[in-house]
Design a protein around this ligand. Structure first.
Ligand code: GLC
Length: 652
């Protein structure tokens, strides 16, 4: 049962697609105060668990911390960070026998204090009391999620090739850079389907351009890659470079499609291309226009994209840099400026992505002028919506791979998400795992992290262990920053270990694709916390480093350095299997309980639930080469599995 409540004059985010009539009474769950903005508060019983919040920090159970929905380009996702690149305002309070979902449909900053200030109290606050609140009650946690998912519309369906392995690096510049990556993978028989093109493929970081000096015949290059079964996925950034004669800039200005300051002039800030404007993707016409620009690449044979810098990320604006210059001037005039060194650093670091800048520009949201700050969390969503809506027109017969860095619930209908710039930290393997079910609760099924870590230098074992988790995530992409150690798997010794892990991915694609599609078509979760599947088992309820995938398997990656394995908790008897390349290196029925399982660096462990089985193909070097005839069932004798399959490309 979903109830919808309205406070003030909400901005229509179009996150919810179901038509739900407004309740006239106040919610029976928690209490609401409208005295100073909006504040929802709820007493939490000692045993209550709180789930949700999609791409957010810390645990699967969100209790004990303050989470702030405020999309931010900040790559330091350390434990004390309150915000992430995305804002997913759905939470689920799971108590003894009550299961209640709450969706705060508010596009500005929302603070979720989940037992942080007071351990027994949850408060959710929004600065303005202008929002819709949805309260969902159900018979189980999963039931609540399914109802919520149904109300927000079907999750994005990627093409099947999007389940292939992809290689990326900030810094590939020339066709030769890409050819080398393909050659090395093919020579070493390491499966691969996707190559990601970071900003250097563009002409001076201008969206919808190609550096023609480096790529004199881009169409031919796309075809050359396709012959090798490689899909190129170029990046598209939110900021449009201000440059006379650049078509996208000229056209956007002429049509008035960029965000403006209060006085009507166009807002200017720097991002990768230097001084840029931001397309007003909250305006229907501007959104259509921006989406149409993707045709520049689609018409050249491109069928995959990633949308970036769309929080939107701002290095500094005309206004903020002028203010900083004044500050610096005064600072240098002081007798002993070094004394206030920390103040100087603070001023410098607060230039990027500042709320002062977000207050400086406005959207023409179909006739309504709205300050960006009030709708900040909708930018990445609507940039991706622009692309997703355009693909329906530009590519009506073929699904296109699309994912975005920033998002809000609603965007899950148009594309997937990657979790932004992470680090080469072991703790980020675990964070990657924990985000998966939370993202699924909010509709984001096509998701994954930068495997190996984006910032910093990876190590061989970190990359192998992370890949062994990435084997299961719909997006399986190795990506790293420009100033880091080379991270392609062939840069490390004993390449065969990497081959063995990535081959397991391809063996599992028939299963993973099936589970993905079932979850998308049935408004279900592909990754579930153990708490959802074994709600009466107190240990399972508190296990946060293992997940249930589909209905058949449990995954439990190794995420500590130098470990020869890990401890797992089995809520029921399971078949423990280790896969390595074409081999099944271990197969053993383990009883319910705690076990220490050994896992070598070239093995992928998984646990098949009692009386279940999964399809397993022979290894292949790319998705189209997965042989249907090679599929066998792996699991319990006599078990059966209903597999979903389709042509992997036609839109449904
Ligand atoms: C951002 C993205 C990262 C990309 C870089 C350059 O930091 O998150 O993935 O490599 O920009 O485009």
């Amino acid at each position: 049962m979903i109830r919808k409540y309205c406070y003030g004059t909400p901005f229509e985010t179009e996150a919810v697609t179901a038509s739900i009539s407004l309740s006239t009474q106040q919610p029976a769950f928690g209490s609401i105060s409208l005295q100073d903005g909006f504040c929802f508060s709820l007493k939490l019983s000692p045993q209550a668990m709180v789930f949700g919040l999609g791409e957010s920090n810390r645990g699967i159970n969100k209790r004990g911390f303050l989470y702030i929905s405020d999309c931010a380009d900040d790559q330091n996702m350390s434990e004390n960070r309150n915000s992430s690149y995305a804002a997913h305002n759905f939470i689920l309070v799971s108590d003894d026998d009550t299961h209640t979902g709450l969706f705060f449909d508010y596009p500005g900053t929302v603070r979720f204090d989940i037992g942080f200030t007071r351990t027994d109290t949850m408060t959710v606050t929004c600065e303005q009391a202008d929002l819709y609140l949805y309260v969902i009650t159900g018979t189980s946690d999963l039931d609540v999620v399914r109802q919520f998912r149904q109300s927000i519309g079907r999750s994005y369906l990627p093409p099947k090739f999007a389940f292939g392995y992809g290689q990326s690096r900030f810094g590939y510049k020339t066709p030769e850079d890409f050819r080398t990556v393909v050659r090395k993978h093919r020579e070493n028989h390491i499966p691969i389907d996707l190559l990601y093109m970071d900003i250097d493929y563009m002409d001076t970081y201008k969206d919808f351009t190609v550096n023609e000096e480096a790529f004199p015949a881009f169409d031919g290059f796309v075809r050359e890659m396709q012959k090798d079964h490689i899909h190129l996925a170029p990046i598209i950034d939110a900021g449009v470079k201000i440059e006379k004669g650049y078509k996208v800039y000229e056209e956007g200005r002429e049509k008035g499609y960029f965000c403006r300051r209060k006085d009507g002039s166009y807002f200017e800030a720097t991002v990768w291309p230097g001084w840029s404007h931001f397309p007003d993707v909250l305006n229907k016409d501007a959104r259509k226009w921006f989406g149409d620009q993707y045709d520049f690449l689609i018409s050249k044979g491109i069928d995959a994209f990633w949308n970036d810098m769309n929080e939107p990320s701002i290095f500094f604006s005309r206004e903020s840099i002028a203010k900083f210059k004044d500050y610096l001037h005064t600072y240098m005039e002081e007798d002993n400026p070094g004394i206030r060194h920390f103040q100087l650093m603070k001023e410098l670091f607060s230039l990027a992505n500042s709320h002062e800048d977000y207050q400086r520009f406005y959207h023409n949201a179909d006739g309504r002028s709205v300050c960006h700050e009030q709708v900040h969390n909708l930018y990445g969503y609507n940039m991706t919506r622009a692309a997703g809506e355009a693909f329906e027109r530009l590519s009506p017969h073929k699904r296109i791979l699309l994912f975005s860095r920033s998002s809000y619930i609603g965007m899950h209908r148009y594309g997937g998400t990657w979790t932004g710039d992470n680090s080469t930290w072991w703790s980020h393997i675990l964070l990657n795992l924990k985000m998966m079910p939370s993202l699924n609760m909010c509709g984001f099924l096509y998701a994954g992290a930068d495997l190996g870590g984006f910032a910093g230098n990876t190590s061989r074992d970190l990359l192998l262990r992370w890949l062994a988790l990435g084997v299961f995530t719909p997006l399986m992409r190795n990506h790293t920053a420009s100033n880091t150690r080379e991270q392609e798997v062939y840069q490390f010794e004993d390449i065969q270990d990497f081959r063995a892990v990535i081959e397991v991915r391809y063996r599992l694609i028939p299963y993973l694709y099936s589970e993905y599609m079932k979850a998308a078509l049935g408004n279900d979760m592909m990754f579930k916390p153990l708490a959802f599947v074994y709600p009466k088992d107190p240990i399972a309820r508190n296990t946060e480093d293992q997940l249930i995938l589909g209905d058949e398997i449990m995954i439990a990656p190794v995420y500590t350095q130098n470990a020869i394995g890990r401890t797992v908790y089995l809520p029921e008897e399971m078949l423990f299997v280790k896969l390595s390349g074409s081999l099944i290196t271990h197969r053993e029925i383990l009883p319910q309980g705690v076990h220490y399982v050994q896992v070598a660096l070239n093995e992928v462990p998984l646990f098949i639930r009692r009386d279940r089985c999964i399809p397993l193909a022979d290894p292949a070097e790319c998705v189209p080469e997965i042989r249907e005839e090679s599929i066998v069932m792996l699991g319990y004798e006599g078990a059966s599995y209903e597999r979903y399959d389709d042509d992997g490309i036609s839109p449904l």
